[in-house]
Design a protein. Structure first.
Length: 137
């Protein structure tokens, strides 16, 4: 793992960055390559929980890519639950997921907050499987 130090205006903040090899001839986008390599490093335990990642601007400069490319990769890592971002404390490694499936723990809360569907009707098919119907208005 490569260790580097950012030179902030007020203080130096160390952060951890695994080796990221980008192949511009690869059919996968640069965003996808960054996401896959960071996710693998986190899931394999090469980056410890709570370790700080560099800002999107700094990582973009280090890799020679646009900031939007890094922002997109970080957003996907956030969706995967592998990193957390808090204003003032930067981007940090979260608990790595033990499975490769996304975390749907807040799905019910998110669906309820979206008010969709507003009404459902539950019934069962002949095998006893619960089915849901969203009645049209």
């Amino acid at each position: 793992m490569k260790r580097a130090t950012s030179r902030g205006h007020f203080m130096n903040r160390p952060f951890a960055v695994p080796e990221i090899a980008l192949d511009r001839t690869n059919p996968n986008s640069l965003r996808r390559q960054i996401h896959v390599q960071l996710a693998a490093a986190i899931r394999q335990g090469n980056m410890t929980q709570g370790a700080r990642l560099p800002s999107s601007r700094l990582l973009a400069r280090m890799l020679g890519v646009s900031r939007n490319t890094v922002v997109d990769a970080y957003e996907q890592l956030l969706e995967d639950g592998l990193i957390v971002a808090k204003k003032g404390s930067g981007i940090r490694i979260s608990h790595p997921s033990t499975s490769n499936f996304p975390n749907f723990s807040n799905l019910r809360k998110t669906a309820r907050a979206a008010h969709f569907p507003q009404q459902t009707i539950q019934f069962e098919d002949p095998d006893g499987t619960a089915l849901y119907l969203n009645p049209t208005r």
